[in-house]
Design a protein around this ligand. Sequence first.
Ligand SMILES: *Cc1c(COP(=O)(O)O)cnc(C)c1O
Length: 361
Amino acid sequence: MKRVYNFSAGPSMLPLDVLEEAQRDLLNYDNSGMSITEMSHRTKTFDKVIVEAESLLRELMGIPEDYYVLFVQGGASQQFAAVPLNLCGKNNKADYIVSGNFANKAYQEGQIVGIDAHVAASSKADVYKYIPTDLNVREDAAFLHITSNNTIFGTRYTEFPNVNIPLVADMSSDILSREIDVTKFGVIYAGAQKNIAPAGLTIVIAKKSLVDDSENVVKGTPTMLRWDTQAKNGSLYNTPPCFPIYMALLVFRRIKALGGVKAMEIINERKAKKLYDFLDNSKLFKATANKKDRSIMNVCFVTGSDELDAKFVKEAGENGFCSLKGHRLVGGMRASIYNAMPEEGVDKLIEFMAKFEKENA
Ligand SMILES: *Cc1c(COP(=O)(O)O)cnc(C)c1O
């Protein structure tokens, strides 16, 4: 069996041992004689899965008791609407830091659902090369929304903004990749398909005091978009994404076995540093994000020539380094090196890049 080094930004690679375990379990999960995908979500067997998944996530991220952990569907994009709908019932104002394309979409969705959405800072004019720090946050806004890691442009927050209103973070592309202090946030949400599980699962971590106050919910919000619907029902109001939740459980167990989020962070920092060090010393390749804001999950780079970029992506693919083409908004290349990318994959990619550089100097 040939597995490639898959640098896809999402859905992205999953750990091989997790895939193998899922494969072994597929026909007969936990002696039930059926797979987890064929089973009612009201069974004891599935209940064990979702309960352990929540408890492990709490342990791994240090999520305190006064936060809900919700397993929902609809992707991070659906949370772009759910966030203002669940928080702006009493206060129509919300502020956004526009640090990338997804951040901008979150801001635009705020406008679509009819709140007074305000840009507190933006790096859009500079093609999102950096994390804007010059903030104009309204003290009376219901929340400040940020994107902790900008998947398309390869930047990330190293220090989160310190504000007196609830901080809401889209952590889709860096959840569980580094330690964070959950108590700094009112709400954290993430689509699972980058660092956790197959697509279809979205995780929402929300302060109970925000969710339990039903006046925070905008009138007319559909049942399925309300966080309290899932909070009151242990994420089982309706059929949850059973298989991705099961896969998330396997991934959480693996992270714990490897030493937890801190251990992942150390490996991730090392992988990213190797790649950036190579780029900084290369005569052909150049990293595009501002140095101090560089993401350790998505490494964006260019050669300076569209033809050479295309040649590189093609030859890399032929040599087992897949999905290195940059997002259509930026071009060039992007190596997404999430938790599941082994360090060896980064080492081999660097070797290949050095060879390509020599041949195309
Ligand atoms: C991938 C991604 C999204 C979009 O997620 P969906 O689950 O496809 O809606 C949103 N925000 C960030 C930061 C992402 O990386």
